[in-house]
Design a protein around this ligand. Structure first.
Ligand code: PEP
Length: 254
């Protein structure tokens, strides 16, 4: 069994005071949870404060997005170097909200992953199909396309530094979760793609999180699946009790 990785995507939520309070609650509750990797992904403007609070604690801090360029005239954007500079270790890339609302393409996602890796940031690459795509039996085609495009020109060593999050779009923020079997099947498919593009070691070592309405009630069944190595949690990560309950479930499968 791999060490599970539970990540909280806070999206555009919380105030600075609420974010700090939530981090403190998490620190208190996580005292003995070294068996699991835990990461939180606050909005850009709170990252520095949260990194400072979490210095010396066993919790990763990452951004929800980054720009693929090194520096320059890109008004409003944030580079990988800037994230690293303030203490971030991770970054979410290709979240379905960024793909759908901000038209991020697979080649942009690929450029962001390369920029993240060159700044020693560990990317979480999000992939997943919409409801229409699942209904049209295109889940595998969509996920395979997102992986091929997102991972283009990456070596097996680089891919081993990545986490992949399978997040069916129809399950995000809807309360509609993939069944553990549905999720496990796509995770196995993803691992097979990694195996055929790279090798068995890479396929075995890469962690594949499930994301989409994970909560303290369904976490046990999802995380108990053999191909599921953690969760990317949205809504339930905004409540310390729910998030800590999910981490506790993950401890059982690490
Ligand atoms: C997400 O946005 O990555 C996510 C999984 O959200 P939720 O848990 O709220 O569905």
């Amino acid at each position: 069994m791999k060490k599970q990785f539970i990540a909280g995507n806070w999206k555009m939520n919380l105030t600075l005071e609420k974010a700090k309070a939530l981090v403190k609650e998490l620190c208190n509750g996580l005292a003995d949870s070294e068996a699991v990797d835990v990461g939180i992904f606050p909005s850009f403007v709170y990252l520095k404060d949260i990194c400072d609070i979490l210095k010396g604690h066993n919790v990763f801090v990452g951004a929800q997005n980054m720009n693929m360029e090194k520096s320059g005239a890109f008004t409003g954007e944030v580079s990988g170097e800037m994230l690293r500079d303030i203490g971030c270790t991770h970054v979410i890339v290709g979240h379905s909200e960024r793909r759908a609302i901000y038209q991020e393409t697979n080649s942009m996602v690929n450029a962001k992953i390369k920029a993240a890796l060159s700044n020693d940031l560990c990317p979480i690459l999000c992939v997943g199909e919409s409801q229409e795509e699942r209904d049209a039996d295109k889940t595998r085609e969509i996920v395979e396309g997102q992986l091929s495009g997102g991972l283009e020109d990456l070596t097996s060593e680089q891919v081993e530094g990545l986490t992949i999050a399978y997040e069916p779009v129809w399950a995000i923020g809807t309360g509609k979760t993939a069944t553990p079997e549905q999720a496990n099947e796509v995770h196995a498919f993803i691992r097979n793609i990694i195996r055929s593009k790279y090798n068995d070691d890479t396929a075995q070592s890469i962690r594949i999180q499930y994301g989409g309405s994970v909560n303290s009630k369904n976490a046990k069944d999802l995380l108990g699946q053999p191909e599921i190595d953690g969760a990317l949690v949205g809504g339930a990560s905004l409540d310390s009790n729910s998030f800590l309950d999910i981490v506790s479930e993950a401890v059982k499968f690490s």
